[in-house]
Write a protein that binds this ligand. Structure first.
Ligand code: SF4
Length: 470
């Protein structure tokens, strides 16, 4: 067993990863499961499994996301065509692309618009590269990709344009400089410019720190998944600095032969690896008698603002106030609230309601007899109904409306014909809301009602078994 374990900092989560995980968690809090995520939100098995347990569903193809459902785009960035497709399919999109990746998207577009030829250093199959290169494709420009000296040698690029070198944010910092020098030699006499700060702060800092760690220990263990580019680079950097190095997801992957005969072990973690997996490793070695030391280098704490879509959704929802009057909602209160919120948001997104609209809805449960009385009083009709809605028309602050339901509607008296309880309740709530905002019984009203119901079904607010909507 090793006698000493040294844990290096900075390690683990970067600002981009923290932001994207929080985005999925916040979407889950606002809408409940399922929240679809295009691609692994970050390349880490543990993070994915934790979010799956909370209700995230990871997909590779947007076609797997039901129409109208909520989807989060991963931290690695996406090509513009994915944004177009999401819009076309009516998905509610939350873009959790790391702002440092977005910066490279802007740079490639800027270079092309300035008449320059971009060249990309990175792994062309990595999703981050695909997102960046997709920007160039959209503008009809083909961008060569190189990852090593051999690629530079084989590069067959004929252009008189100034060349701009961009890079994958998680590539090896030193390697980029070396490749850029080779490219400058290859295109001698031509203007070749390297955008130096494409490598993100987290990648550079973790690579610098692990270099120092590797000089002090015999073997370095890097917590990270095999899909994680930055974690793989950390292993390479540690090896180049003279230590043996291994990548592992956590204590469950440990192999005794990695430290057999070694006295010192170093610990680090890729930018997408959760800290508790590093802690478990430290605990493991400490329990076996090793001492624990910290090797710390400074890292300015960065916090990225959350995706704008989430801010807007929360702002929108703050303009819908729902009050409950009377009993009968014990089990269905959350459900009623969710349906009304979803209706409100959809109407806002589809611009049926405006951004300034503020609504206060009061939802009441009364007996059927009371409903009949109200029906006569307000509508002067004998037609029996279980649901009523009224618009009070206050314009100063919030407009006010009331939805009155018979207990049978809340309980779900439609079960007999095979329709789940919540379906009828949801339909009545949407119908009432549309009525309150001014839609009478028109074709348009029923079109909206069906659209919103479909979205609600796809967001799993009503049991998926419901096939009532065509
Ligand atoms: S590693 Fe860098 S580019 Fe990638 S998510 Fe983290 S901060 Fe953003």
């Amino acid at each position: 067993m090793p006698e000493k374990v040294i844990r290096v900092f900075p390690r683990g989560f970067c600002a981009g990863v923290t932001r994207s995980i929080k985005a999925v968690e916040e979407a889950l809090r606002l809408f409940g499961p399922p929240i679809y995520v295009k691609h692994a939100i970050v390349h880490n098995k543990t993070v994915i499994a934790d979010l799956e347990r909370k209700g995230a569903v990871f997909v590779e193809d947007l076609k797997e996301v039901p129409e109208g459902a909520t989807v989060v785009f991963s931290a690695h960035g996406s090509p513009p065509e994915h944004f177009r497709e999401a819009k076309k399919r009516g998905l509610r999109l939350i873009d959790a692309t790391c702002p440092l990746v977005t910066k490279v998207h802007f740079e490639i577009v800027k270079a092309i618009k300035e008449g320059k030829q971009p060249l990309y250093i990175g792994h062309k199959d990595h999703v981050e590269a695909q997102g960046v290169l997709g920007e160039a494709e959209r503008l009809g420009v083909s961008v060569p990709v190189v990852k090593d000296e051999k690629d530079v040698e084989l590069l067959d690029l004929k252009t008189k344009k100034p060349i701009v070198i961009l890079a994958q944010t998680t590539f090896k910092a030193e390697k980029i400089k070396e490749l850029a020098k080779l490219l400058q030699k290859k295109f001698v006499g031509q203007r070749v410019e390297l955008i130096e700060d494409d490598i993100c702060y987290a990648t550079s800092n973790r690579q610098r720190a692990i270099t120092e760690l590797a000089k002090k220990v015999e073997v370095v263990l890097v917590v990270g998944s095999k899909e994680s580019s930055n974690s793989n680079r950390l292993v390479e950097v540690a090896k180049e600095a003279g230590a043996e190095a291994f990548l592992l997801d956590g204590v469950e992957d440990l192999r005794a032969e990695w430290w057999r005969g070694k006295k010192t072990v170093g610990l680090s973690a890729g930018a997408s690896a959760p800290e508790y997996k590093v802690q478990e490793l430290a605990d493991f070695f400490q329990k076996k008698g090793a001492s624990l030391e910290e090797l710390t280098f400074e890292e300015r704490e960065l916090v990225f603002k959350e995706p704008l879509e989430l801010v807007k959704i929360r702002q929108a929802l703050s303009r819908l106030k729902i009050e409950f009057n009377g009993g009968g909602f014990d089990i269905k209160k959350d459900f009623v609230e969710n349906i009304l919120r979803e209706t409100f948001l959809t109407l806002l997104e589809k611009k049926v309601l405006t951004k300034e609209d503020c609504w206060r809805l009061s939802v009441a449960a009364v007996t059927k007899a009371t409903i009949r009385k109200l029906n006569k009083k307000w509508r002067q009709t004998d037609k029996e109904t279980d649901v009523l809605s009224f618009y009070y028309g206050r314009e100063d602050d919030c407009k006010e409306g009331e939805i009155v339901l018979a207990p049978e509607v809340i309980a779900g008296n439609a079960k007999e014909d095979g329709v789940p309880f919540d379906y009828e309740l949801a339909k009545n709530l949407i119908h009432s809301f549309l009525h309150i905002i001014g839609y009478e019984h028109s074709r348009e009203m029923f079109v909206w009602q069906d659209k919103i119901l479909k979205r609600i079904l796809n967001n799993n607010l009503i049991g998926k078994e419901n096939e009532k909507i065509s």
